[in-house]
Design a protein around this ligand. Structure first.
Ligand code: GLA
Ligand code: ZN
Length: 690
């Protein structure tokens, strides 16, 4: 057994998803069938209680969980475990009627009407009081239940509230942050500009749509505060459960590249990272492989939050979703591919929204394991069933971890600040895309990067790529300097180190905070190109001096003491350095001063990987490789994310899905997956060792 397994009760990977039997309490025949079908589909886990508040507590104080207890017991008797959610994602009508402060206010400060979900005021004392009562009751009843795996806090926490309570909380939060000294805040926010000075914390509003929303420090602090507020609410729910005797681990389901909150802040307050994954397959603007690389990036982001343990894919859609402009069914075979991609990237679970399709309302046409037709022979059901069987074949992977040596820095603060800066072009800033393009280039070389924040631990990584790191948190200049000195390969790009954590420009040359010494250069100007403008660079010291196209951004460098790798060809900056490398201590600091396609920089990736002693290989187009390890055991996943069959060389080991020995050459059908086991402790990798 791998020691990093999330749940000792489950001998293998988790397969299941959101299950809402409360919608079918008057149909015991259907509830019976559900269990029969779940077992057939190798489902061993359900998530219950998400949005169940109105059934748990139909009128204030009238709490009854008997329906849930009965179903949980029955599931457990059938080998199916429960992830139990607190029901706070949506509120019963009686609650909003009696406690209107539970309803969120919009960005004009106007209170919402009752309805929808994920829209409560997380600071409302009345709301919290009701949450405390229902969560306490839930924990009293279910903590310690042998079928209970973990607590799922609320559901997809999100959004900002602009009510009076939140406004006052924001003011308190600011006062604490700036030591109750309004002049500290005025300095940090540079409020002398446009007469934006404040005399007291009480004068400060959230950035209302029709109010002050161009003090950039305020905008950023509001986002940080809203992250704090959601985290504070989540912690409140966790503490409530624990105070009532809950000992099981906790999670909350994150959403892909979610913009509202800094998940790097939230991650430390939950035991297990989980996220909801809804790829938009077969769309009309990108290949399936490119869409899946975006998923892969997200998996990496969530995996890297707690790198020494697996994460959970808490939701995904069997078949299709119903909330996109076009809701297209996944083509045959794609279900297995999407699900296996999650496992490959470090998830120990494949969970769905939802087990049974609801009969009415807004999600009645969303994909589910069991459809309205009610049979176990639909295409979707059969694909889920096959996946379930395959997950059992690879159950020993549970608890293994990835062990990557390359990381890409991705900071929420930086993302927000880049977007909010009145600079460059809002059409082409594309911070997220830039990070993903770098990820994709490493993946095409068979090297899987982690995605980490600048504040996380870097000690496991030999290469760190930090694109557009405009905001430098305190101490990051020194951290980069020490990292390179100690032998790391660090790559930065244009728009690096321009401002400090308060968004004040670093004086004395970019990249600031002492980094110009590490990189051996200063950036004097950043030029924004129109889409039709193009420049190019030429690589020096190359046999066939090749030319690479430059678009969107080009910086003019000065005081360059670093080695010049490429120079600009045209425009007023022709002949000046465009890519540089500075040997510094035992490592190297690379600077890429302009935007290019990452593919065009492949020579540089290869050079750096070689320096870092990391093996790479050019994978066929559309193929992803991911690895998980436990001691001497390695599990290499090869995913064919394209609709063409492919063949891959240099693959050795046992394909756990087919039990075949692969001796150098692996063929994969369209959307095909292979899980290759090998062990470095023995020269042979017989299937008997599995
Ligand atoms: C989200 C929610 C679910 C459901 C799905 C539909 O992820 O958490 O409750 O609405 O979307 O795709
Ligand atoms: Zn509020």
């Amino acid at each position: 057994m791998n020691t990093n397994r999330l749940f000792p009760q489950i001998n293998g990977l988790l397969h299941g998803g959101d299950y809402n039997p409360e919608q079918w309490l008057d149909r015991p025949d259907i509830l019976e069938k559900d269990i029969e079908y779940m077992k057939k589909a190798h489902i061993n886990t359900v998530t219950m209680g998400v949005f169940s508040w109105a059934v748990h507590e139909p009128t204030e104080g009238n709490i009854n969980f008997d329906w849930l207890a009965e179903i949980m017991d029955k599931l457990y008797d059938n080998g199916i475990y429960t992830v139990l959610a607190t029901p706070t994602g949506a509120r019963p009508a009686w609650l909003d009627e009696k406690y209107p402060s539970a309803m969120r206010c919009d960005e004009m400060g106007v209170r919402n009407h009752h309805g929808l979900r994920h829209n409560h005021c997380m600071q409302s004392p009345e709301f919290r009081q009701r949450v405390n009562i229902i969560d306490t009751a839930l924990a009293h009843r279910f903590a310690g239940h042998p079928g209970l795996l973990m607590w799922h806090i609320s559901n997809e926490l999100g959004g900002y509230c602009y009510c009076d309570t939140c406004r006052k909380k924001f003011q308190q939060w600011l006062a604490d942050k700036y030591d109750h000294d309004i002049e500290k805040l005025n300095k940090a926010w540079w409020t002398t500009f446009w007469s934006h000075r404040f005399n007291s914390f009480e004068q400060i509003d959230p950035p209302y749509k029709n109010g002050e929303n161009c003090v950039l420090g305020l905008n950023l602090d509001w986002k940080r505060f809203s992250t704090w507020s959601a985290t504070d609410f989540m912690k409140f729910e966790i503490e409530t459960l624990k105070n009532a005797g809950a000992k099981e681990p906790t999670t909350t389901n994150f959403m892909e590249m979610f913009y509202d909150y800094d998940y790097h802040y939230m991650k430390d307050f939950i035991d297990v990272i989980s996220w909801d994954n809804y790829p938009e397959m077969h769309n009309n603007w990108q290949t399936d492989a490119d869409q899946l690389l975006e998923r892969s990036f997200n998996h990496a982001l969530f995996r890297s939050m707690k790198p020494s343990q697996p994460f959970m894919m808490m939701e995904s859609a069997p078949g299709l979703v119903n909330w996109r402009p076009y809701n297209k069914y996944r083509r045959p075979g794609v279900h297995e591919l999407i699900s296996m991609q999650a496992i490959a990237a470090g998830s120990d679970t494949v969970q769905y929204f939802q087990i049974r399709k609801s009969r009415g309302s807004s999600e009645q046409w969303h994909g589910a394991v069991i459809d309205h037709i009610g049979t176990d022979d639909t295409r979707v059901f059969k694909e889920v069933e096959k996946l379930g069987a395959d997950l059992e074949k690879i159950s020993q992977i549970a608890g293994t971890i990835s062990n990557n040596k390359v990381a890409i820095l991705f900071d929420w603060d930086n993302r927000w600040a880049v977007d909010d800066a009145w600079a460059l072009s809002n059409e082409t800033k594309k911070y997220d895309r830039t990070c993903m393009d770098i990820y994709n280039e490493f993946m095409s070389l068979g090297v899987e990067p982690d995605i980490i924040s600048s504040d996380m631990d870097w000690s496991n990584y030999r290469i760190i790529f930090a694109p557009m790191l405009y905001v430098l948190h305190d101490g990051i200049g020194e951290k980069i300097s020490n990292y390179v000195k100690a032998g790391g390969q660090f790559l930065a790009t244009y728009f690096t180190g321009y401002v400090n954590k308060d968004l004040l420009s670093n004086l004395g040359g970019f990249p600031g905070d002492g980094l110009y010494k590490v990189f051996g250069l200063k950036s004097e100007e950043i030029d924004t190109l129109y889409p039709d403008d193009k420049n190019s660079i030429t690589l020096l010291n190359k046999a066939n001096a090749s030319t690479i196209e430059v678009f969107d951004y080009q910086e003019l460098l000065r005081d360059v003491t670093a080695e010049v790798i490429a120079t600009y060809n045209e425009d007023y900056i022709a002949g000046t350095p465009a890519i540089t490398k500075n040997s510094y201590g035992k490592g190297n600091a690379y600077y890429i001063a302009c935007r290019t396609n990452q593919k065009d920089l492949e020579f540089l990736y290869k050079e750096i990987l070689e320096k870092a002693n990391i093996v790479y290989t050019n994978l066929p187009l559309g193929v992803e490789k991911h690895s998980r390890y436990s001691g001497a055991d390695a599990y290499d996943f090869y995913l064919n994310c394209s609709a063409e069959s492919v063949s891959i060389d240099n693959v050795f080991g046992i394909n756990m899905l087919t039990d075949e020995n692969v001796n150098g050459h692996l063929s994969l059908e369209k959307y095909g997956v292979a899980v290759i086991y090998s062990s470095s402790s023995t020269s042979s990798t017989k299937s008997s060792t599995l």
